[in-house]
Design a protein around this ligand. Structure first.
Ligand code: V0D
Length: 254
């Protein structure tokens, strides 16, 4: 059932994570968690019910990623463009970290998960920011999986700000234009201390990047599935990792 809904030909069902342990496990996996609203509409539920269901899936996939030995899981939770949605829906989404935090934090702390956030604080309601900052604080000293929420994030904004920083430094005479190289630029991005994603997963059948980590995804393997985020299970996640392993094995040593 889960297999026919993907874009790829020969699919293999992965029933247990052990089947993945013979191949390379990606260090950094990024996910565009798309299709929550459509999942709900399809079932005759309000769109916000989809976001709630999507939130529940965050923990499941986080734990699956941790158990596989993935080091960083970046989840695209809300883009700088998502503010254009109806106010009721935005308000509901902004309540999710408040709801997520007390429900999930104990288990995440105990599993040594380190929560962080990539994005801008501007425009985020104080109660939302407080919940997110609380989660970050509670897990600050954890050394396990990095659960990185891309929250109120947009890649062009990130790149434009990096460029402005470079321009300022040049103007002030502390940076010579000849010194500007990829490394100089990348260190001014919000993700400068993280390796680039090895694998990007996007759910719900859209075949776009949608202003997500445009610089960082330069060499990332892309995996698209028609499944909506709330129906994307651990099993589907394993299949995406398996697909990644086949690609790496095919092109890696040649
Ligand atoms: C909605 C599907 C968890 C995509 C997942 C406000 C969109 C559910 C969090 C979360 C969202 C973020 C930070 C944190 C704890 C939890 C979350 C948002 C949206 C954006 F510290 N799910 N989730 N945040 N959705």
């Amino acid at each position: 059932m889960s297999l026919k809904k993907t874009w790829f030909g020969r699919k293999k069902r992965i029933d247990s994570p052990e089947q993945l342990m013979h191949g390379q496990i990606p260090q950094h996996v990024a996910v565009i968690m798309d299709g929550n609203g459509r999942w709900a509409s399809k079932r005759g539920l309000p769109r916000v019910a989809g976001h709630h269901s999507g939130m529940k899936n965050v923990k499941k996939i986080t734990i699956a990623a941790d158990e596989l030995g993935i080091k960083i899981l970046t989840l695209y939770a809300f883009s700088t463009e998502n503010w254009k949605r109806p106010k009721d829906e935005v308000d509901y989404i902004m309540g999710l970290p408040v709801e997520f935090f007390p429900l999930e934090i104990e288990e995440l702390v105990q599993k040594n998960v380190h929560i962080r956030m990539t994005g801008w604080k501007e425009g985020v309601p104080p109660h939302t920011l407080e919940a997110v900052e609380n989660a970050i604080e509670r897990t600050r000293h954890n050394t396990g999986l990095i659960l990185n929420f891309a929250f109120n994030y947009g890649s062009r904004k990130e790149m434009t700000e990096a460029l402005r920083g470079i321009a300022r430094d040049v103007k002030q005479g502390v940076l010579d234009p000849e010194q500007i190289d990829e490394q100089e630029y990348a260190k001014r991005l919000k993700t400068s201390d993280l390796p680039d994603p090895d694998l990007l997963i996007r759910t719900s059948g859209e075949l776009r990047i949608s202003n997500f980590m445009l610089w960082q995804l330069a060499y990332t393997e892309l995996f698209f599935t028609d499944l909506y985020w709330p129906e994307f299970t651990e099993g589907h996640f394993y299949e995406a990792i398996y697909e990644y392993q086949q690609r790496i094995r095919r092109y890696g040593g040649l």
